[in-house]
Structure formats: structure tokens, C-alpha cells
Design a protein around this ligand. Structure first.
Ligand code: SF4
Length: 384
């Protein structure tokens, strides 16, 4: 039986740049869209031999804002990928922003087999959305949900974010309450709630440094974290990964494969892959990407970063990725994969973290405690 593989497609176009955004995304390059999509199709076809030998379990179309571009482009990409799909159970997700969901697009998404939609909401408060440069409102979000429901896509995920400029405990609490109150009506079975990272050279970085906006202090942030966990978990959304909550059976297949160090190929500018023990990332330069894949300019270095993991590096990475998940590292799975015992190699690190009450260890698994989930970076450092 063929090995499983996940596929990521990067669509780097957006209507505008959010203030916190550090992703490879453009709000001023619409003239590139058609050539870019043809380049992605060529990159996929260049990998035909590999794709024929693997079982595609998930396709994740992310960005950027995939719903920003004409749906005919999404169709074009999926038509090519379908050549390589050999089972009927592929999870196909598309990321959408509330202000770019239309009936026409959603109708096409449904027809071409997209079965999961991830909606970037961030907050239900319009003044908070404006403070981070999001161009949609809460009403846009509700309209998007109505359209998604009309076209019968039954697996919806919502992205939220904290802390944000102006976001108080009360406002975040209201956002959580609102999402929870409509989740059954609109098939929201999954919530991702990300901790804001302030990246250098973003507009938010500038606004914070110049004192135009500020964020809450660590104590308030800790209270928010506690509330998020308690509120979502008491509403049937279990925390299966540090930043991800869902109803049982609605875990993200694509991301679980990533956290279990599964194989995946990423297509598009800045897309990353993990294949035959190597991690590599495509160039972030869209001109170079198009010139390489559309105009065959082989003088261009299209892979920007590449890391070949040795066995120890691979084991450490496996531990860090697995610890993100609720069940953490399964000791038997670790042995099956690496043919060495977890505790023979990492007993010292694990014992230290257990003594700090950041890790918990039983006969079968090693996993983060609640405290460990809050300060996971300290745990990661032990395994880097
Ligand atoms: S929608 Fe996403 S990718 Fe686009 S600018 Fe905003 S955060 Fe960045």
C-alpha cells in the first residue's frame, strides 16, 4: 500500500495586508495571478513521479487568501491534483476570508470537491478587526457562513487571534461566546486560536514601537489563555493541539500529518515540503518562482532553504512536533519509527521537564502538562 502524503498549495494574493502579517502574500500583484497558477500547475506536474507513488490524504489550499482569486484557478489546480488522487476520502480544505466568500465561488468549491473551509475571523468586534487592518466585518463573517451552509460544506473551522491591540479579556470572552453560540447552526466544528506574534517590519511592529497601540501585559494574557481553554473545552471543543480545538472526529487531517512528521509536498512560492528526511522551502520571490516554473529559467535557485535531518535531528523534531498534540509522544510509536527507545536517548531531558511539571510521563506516552502548553518554548529548547 502506498505511503500517505499531504499536499499544501500556497496562494499568495490578498485584498490588502493585515498589520501583523509576515506571510508571503501580496496585495498589489493581481497581474501575476494567471501566470502564478500556471507555474503551480507545472510544479505539481514536475512532481508527477512522486505523486503517483503516494496516497494523497489531504490537500490544504492556504495563503494569502485563496478565496480572493477567481475560483477557476482553484479548479485548475485541483483538476491536476485529481489525476493523482486514488481514494475517496481526501480532506480538501480552502482558507477563506469573510469578505471574499461569494455564492459563485462556494458553488464551484463544492462542485470540485472541497469539503472543509477555514474562515479567518480573528475577532467578532469590528473595531478590533480595524485595529489589525482586517477588511471584513462580523456581518461579512455571518454572510460567509450562510453561503458555506447553503452549499452544504459541513466542516467549518474558524481562526481567532489574541492578544490584539484593544482586545480586552471581556471582548475576547464575547468573541468566544459568539462563536460558540453559532457553531452548531453553521457547522463550526473546529477553532484555531493563535497567539499573536509580532514580526519585525510589519505595520503592527511599527505601531507598537511608536506607541500608537499597545498590547496587554503577561498576567492578562495568561487569564485570557485560561478562559479560552476552559470555555472551549466546556463547549465540546477539545484541545487536541496547543492552538487547536475541535469536536471529536474533526481534527485537521492535514495538520495532524504535519505534527506527526508525515510526508508532505508544498507547491507555490514560499511553500515548504518534508520528503525523504529533508525539509525544504521554495523561494519567496514570486518573479523567480514564475520564471523557473513557467519560463524554465534553470539558472534560478528555486529552493531557498533545505535541511537534511540526520537521525538525532529527526528524533528531536519528531518529539517537538508530537508534543504539540494532546497525546504527545507515544513511546511505542517512537520505537517503531526510530528503532531506539525514547528514554534511552532523552531520559535526562524528559526527567528534567517532568520535574518542572511541564511534561507528564506515563507508561505509554509523554505529553505536555497544562503549564507546559502555556510555556512550551521552554520545553522545545530542551530538544533543540
Ligand atoms: S489575509 Fe492572511 S495572508 Fe493575507 S494579509 Fe491578512 S494575515 Fe496576511
Amino acid at each position: 500500500m502506498n505511503k500517505d502524503i499531504g499536499i499544501y498549495i500556497h496562494i499568495p494574493f490578498c485584498c490588502s495586508k493585515c498589520y501583523y502579517c509576515d506571510f508571503t502574500s501580496y496585495s498589489n500583484k493581481d497581474q501575476y495571478i494567471s501566470q502564478y497558477i500556471d507555474s503551480v500547475c507545472n510544479e505539481i506536474l514536475n512532481n508527477s513521479e512522486i505523486l503517483c507513488e503516494y496516497n494523497i490524504i489531504s490537500i490544504y489550499i492556504g495563503g494569502g487568501t485563496p478565496s480572493y482569486i477567481d475560483s477557476k484557478y482553484i479548479t485548475k489546480i485541483l483538476d491536476i491534483l485529481k489525476i493523482f488522487i486514488t481514494n475517496n476520502n481526501v480532506s480538501i480544505t480552502i482558507e477563506v476570508n469573510p469578505n471574499s466568500v461569494t455564492e459563485d465561488k462556494m458553488k464551484v468549491y463544492k462542485e470540485i470537491g472541497i469539503n472543509r473551509v477555514s474562515v479567518g475571523l480573528q475577532s467578532t468586534h469590528n473595531e478590533i478587526l480595524a485595529s489589525i487592518g482586517r477588511k471584513h466585518t462580523y456581518n461579512d463573517f455571518l454572510n460567509a457562513l450562510k453561503i458555506i451552509k447553503k452549499y452544504d460544506i459541513k466542516d467549518v473551522s474558524v481562526d481567532l487571534m489574541y492578544p490584539l491591540p484593544g482586545l480586552t479579556y471581556k471582548l475576547l470572552d464575547e468573541t468566544l461566546d459568539t462563536v460558540i453560540s453559532i457553531k452548531d447552526e453553521y457547522n463550526i466544528h473546529h477553532v484555531s486560536i493563535y497567539n499573536l506574534e509580532v514580526h519585525e517590519n510589519t505595520k503592527l511592529d511599527f505601531l507598537l514601537k511608536e506607541g500608537f497601540v499597545k498590547l496587554i501585559d503577561e498576567d492578562e494574557e495568561f487569564e485570557m489563555k485560561e478562559n479560552i481553554k476552559n470555555k472551549l473545552e466546556s463547549n465540546n471543543l477539545h484541545r487536541y493541539e496547543i492552538s487547536n480545538y475541535c469536536e471529536k472526529g474533526y481534527e485537521s487531517i492535514h495538520n495532524i500529518n504535519y505534527w506527526k512528521q508525515g510526508i508532505y509536498l508544498g507547491f507555490g512560492t514560499a511553500a515548504s515540503s518534508f520528503f525523504t528526511g529533508s525539509r525544504y522551502t521554495n523561494t519567496k520571490n514570486i518573479d523567480d518562482y514564475i520564471n523557473y516554473y513557467l519560463y524554465n529559467d534553470r539558472s534560478i535557485t528555486v529552493i531557498e532553504e533545505k535541511e537534511d535531518l540526520d537521525k538525532l535531528g529527526s528524533m528531536k523534531e519528531y518529539i517537538i512536533l508530537s508534543l504539540r498534540l494532546q497525546d504527545g509522544v507515544n513511546i511505542q510509536d517512537f520505537y517503531q519509527k526510530f528503532k531506539v527507545k525514547l528514554l534511552d536517548i532523552f531520559n535526562e531531558e524528559i526527567t528534567k521537564m517532568v520535574n518542572y511539571e511541564l511534561l507528564y510521563k506515563n507508561k505509554t506516552n509523554v505529553y505536555l502538562t497544562d503549564k507546559g502548553k502555556d510555556i512550551a518554548n521552554i520545553v522545545w529548547k530542551e530538544f533543540i
